[in-house]
Design a protein. Structure first.
Length: 124
């Protein structure tokens, strides 16, 4: 996947916004104002994603060159995926959705209800 395909997949999820809160080069994706993905556009070939700690270690072992602890992030909960074609589209999409779902699972009850209503509205 290239960076534009990754961006399109991220924003295809319900209630996702994108912005540059840190600088003019790091695109951040949020759901209900909580970050689930970052893409440093100056490099153009990585995405950092939230990940279950055990799964994060498993991925780093399986793809040591392509999936690493995310730089400047909590290394227990964030991985960076290098978008060089080695990690397939299906896995990248699964990792983006996994990150999104992890963040959604930690939302406040009211935010979860709002998100659910948005999902139901989108399905109509």
């Amino acid at each position: 996947m290239n960076i534009e395909e990754v961006r399109e997949y991220c924003i295809s999820h319900v209630a996702v916004t994108e912005s540059f809160p840190f600088d003019e080069e790091t695109l951040v994706f949020k759901v209900m104002n909580k970050m689930f993905a970052l893409m440093p556009l100056e490099r153009g070939n990585t995405i950092s994603l939230k990940c279950d700690p055990e799964y994060a270690l498993e991925l780093r072992d399986r793809y040591p060159e392509e999936i690493q602890a995310a730089w400047h992030m909590n290394k227990t909960h964030w991985n960076s995926v290098i978008l060089n074609g080695t990690v397939g589209r299906k896995l990248i999409e699964e990792l983006i959705t996994h990150s999104y779902d992890l963040v959604v699972s930690k939302l406040k009850k009211a935010d979860k209800a709002t998100l659910q209503a948005m999902k139901e509205q989108e399905e109509k």
